[in-house]
Design a protein around this ligand. Structure first.
Ligand SMILES: Nc1nc2c(c(=O)[nH]1)N[C@H]1C(S)=C(S)[C@@H](COP(=O)(O)OP(=O)(O)OC[C@H]3O[C@@H](n4cnc5c(N)ncnc54)[C@H](O)[C@@H]3O)O[C@H]1N2
Ligand code: MOO
Length: 667
């Protein structure tokens, strides 16, 4: 970037205007909706094949009777019911067989007269004269005086086994009501009436634009510092879910002319959605372009809401133009809050009804004062109690929204939800999916492998990564079935077992090699073992570490090793850089933000880094004793004991000791 442009950007960024006009959520909705005409955009006839999910614009009246004729429900004989009176096995009645057999679709010729019967198939048209059908099972054939005759061994009442014309649907009857969202069932009904199409509300066409220099299309190479465009995909699918038709206009760099052109193209559609560039930072140009509209243009920019504060809502040419915040969770959350209700109304779709459930907050939650916070949570049920765990990754994360079950609302003026408080959780899906094996604790790809296999056995495990210590607390409080942990007990130097109590047992898992990790071309460490490498790193100038978060098993090991090896009374350079996973340690080293760290060797391998073994740690599963007999726990233990599963674990870099995997240990 040219020097003058760079300094202009820096100046602009540091002059960043703040959101002075932040308004509350309801006021923002009111301003936005009152600037729009919120009714369906029109009606179109759509063919049956494309009707699924569309909303019927008018009532549908049947133009024909269904069935259109009196129809036999069984294979048998069409008869005059009265003629069968008194018929029994010992004293059957005899009827001459008419000279036709009525298959479905065949128009009868012969009238059934007294003393006669006509063979008829299921779905066949009942002939004139007949008023009942005798099932074939209750008949036999014989010949009487050279005439084919049926013997009937049961008497039947008039109407027996006949569906009369118009009993299913009568001509003129309203069979479907306007406003109905069409599913397979209604589409079947329309077909039964002979309709090839139906009048439905037009689907609003929603233009989608992703902005940002760093945003790359899925499938393309990802330069360092860039991210894949997830907003376009999630918004496009969400638009369909509320009855709109997504029209992806494009991805545009932070370049005003290009964006201006794209917005002009987008305005050919009914709704325009942009994501990114809504803050008032240096590269945030979306709002600057939208700011030019004045019919009325921007109606709200800044809402006292988390996630979603910088959302910008505008109206031009009577069309909604919304800049959603770039952060993935903010983008989709604000879409559901503000945009989805508008698209639904334009599509004639019923408003979304959201269910709520009650749960306990297992931990203390802090919230910003001054913004209504929607805290996305995962719900876990264990022993009939339900707990709402905050997703904990913020609105920049994709998984915060995509893997959450619901959200709880923390009002604008509340700051804290204490641990144990009962909260109301609004569900994101219509129904809450409950799981039968709740695992909370440290993340491990080995554990992912095991849970994936249990899923294939029709179990429904769910997992939350909170670290080993928090996992241990969760299992102690009875919030989960299993806690995956790798906790080194500093005094005994033993993994996991010393943390057991009277109520807790441990299912032995597998082992992982905690290693000193550095870049493969870092010659300062060539040929060393793990501990010597740490010593070299501590004494080298310009050598920075990446540390792990307190509460993680790796942090305990790191501190123990530093206590042994660090002769200086200062923490090593980079000690304060504390990341939350093995992967983040590896990424920091690979991208040269740090030179060394401690992580498991399988992750180091995946990142093309070199690793020197330090200590084999035990990754085990803590469980409350009262849950030991539950079938899903037994299945988990059995799985760990299977030689094929153990081989797979070894293949992805773990060490399995067959005599211990899956076995129980008590304190
Ligand atoms: N100094 C301040 N900085 C920020 C504030 C603030 O009040 N003061 N607000 C923060 C909040 S809250 C949000 S939300 C974000 C919104 O920022 P923008 O809407 O301007 O979005 P960008 O800066 O363009 O991007 C933010 C983030 O999202 C990623 N992104 C963008 N587009 C996509 C996409 N299509 N798919 C996936 N991810 C995307 C982008 O790379 C950035 O990481 O601002 C905070 N900052
Ligand atoms: O709106 Mo931002 O979403 O608070 O993260």
């Amino acid at each position: 970037m040219a020097k003058s442009k760079l300094s202009e950007n820096v100046r602009q960024a540091s002059r960043q205007e703040q959101f002075l006009n932040v308004i509350d959520r309801d006021e923002a909705t009111r301003r936005f909706q009152s600037s729009l005409t919120l009714k369906p955009l029109g009606v179109e006839n759509i063919q049956l094949d494309d009707l699924h999910g569309r909303v019927l614009a008018h009532n549908i009246q049947a133009k024909i009777d269904v069935p259109g004729f009196d129809r036999s429900n069984v294979d048998g004989f069409a008869v005059i019911a009265e003629e069968t009176a008194g018929a029994q096995e010992e004293t059957p009645c005899f009827l001459k067989i008419n000279n036709e057999s009525l298959l479905p679709g065949q128009r009868p010729n012969a009238t059934v007269t007294p003393g006669t019967a006509t063979p008829i198939s299921t779905g066949g048209m009942v002939p004139r004269g007949a008023n009942a059908i005798v099932m074939i099972e209750e008949t036999d054939l014989c010949e009487q005086d050279g005439v084919e005759t049926v013997t009937i061994s049961r008497s039947v009442a008039p109407g027996n086994m006949i569906t009369y014309a118009g009993t299913d649907i009568a001509q003129g009857e309203t069979v479907l009501w306007g406003g109905t969202k069409l599913t397979s069932r209604e589409i079947g009904l329309l077909a039964s009436l002979g309709q090839t199409d139906a009048p439905v509300f037009k689907s609003p066409r929603v233009a989608i634009i992703s902005t940002g220099d760093e945003v790359v299309a899925p499938g393309e190479t990802l330069p360092v510092g860039s991210i894949y465009d997830s907003n376009a995909a999630i918004l496009s699918a969400a638009v369909k879910e509320c009855g709109g038709t997504p029209v992806f206009v494009g991805r545009v760099q932070d370049e005003a002319d290009q964006l201006q052109k794209m917005i002009n193209t987008a305005l050919e559609q009914d709704v325009v959605l942009l994501s990114g560039g809504t803050s008032k930072g240096a590269g945030d140009i979306s709002y600057r372009i939208v700011q030019q509209f004045n019919d009325p243009g921007i109606v709200a920019h800044g809402v006292a809401l988390k996630p979603g504060k910088p959302i910008c809502m505008a109206v031009t040419q009577g069309k909604p133009v919304v800049i959603l915040p770039g952060f993935p969770t903010s983008a989709i959350f604000t879409f559901h809050e503000f945009v989805a209700p508008v698209i639904r109304k334009l599509a004639g779709q019923p408003a979304e009804s959201r269910k709520t459930v009650r749960a306990k907050s297992p931990i203390k939650v802090n919230s910003d004062r001054g913004r209504t916070e929607y805290l996305l949570v995962r719900l876990f049920e264990s022993d009939g109690k339900r707990h709402a765990y905050p997703m904990g990754k913020g609105s920049g994360s994709v998984t915060t929204f995509s893997l959450a079950d619901g959200f709880l609302t923390i009002p604008q003026h509340s700051e804290i939800i204490s641990a144990g408080t009962e909260v109301e959780v609004t569900l994101l899906d219509e129904e809450l999916q409950t799981s039968d094996l709740v695992v909370i604790g440290s993340h491990c790809v080995g554990l992912d492998l095991l849970l994936g296999k249990l899923r294939l056995q029709d179990l429904k495990p769910s997992i939350m990564h909170v670290g080993s210590e928090a996992g241990l607390s969760a299992v102690q409080r009875g919030e989960c079935h299993l806690a995956g942990v790798h906790l080194l007990h500093p005094e005994t130097n033993i993994y996991n077992v010393p943390f057991l109590t009277e109520e807790l047992s441990l299912i032995k898992g597998y082992r992982r090699m905690q290693s000193f990790v550095c870049r493969s071309d870092d010659e300062r460490f060539s040929g060393l073992d793990g501990k010597s490498a740490i010593q070299v790193a501590l004494n080298a100038s310009d050598c920075s570490m990446v540390n792990r978060n307190p509460g993680s098993g790796t942090r305990i090991l790191t501190d123990q090793l530093l206590q042994q090896l660090n002769e200086s009374d200062r923490p090593p350079h980079g000690y304060a850089m504390q990341v939350k996973s093995h992967n983040a340690v590896a990424a920091a080293i690979r991208q040269q933000r740090a030179d060394w760290g401690i992580a498991i060797d399988s992750v180091a391998n995946d990142y093309g880094l070199q690793s020197f073994p330090l200590r084999e740690e035990h990754f085990d599963f803590i469980i409350r004793k009262e849950n030991l007999q539950q079938p899903q726990i037994v299945a988990f233990q059995e799985m760990l004991q299977q030689p094929e599963v153990q081989a797979e674990l070894e293949q992805i870099g773990f060490q399995v000791v067959p005599q211990e995997a899956g076995f129980l240990v008590n304190k």
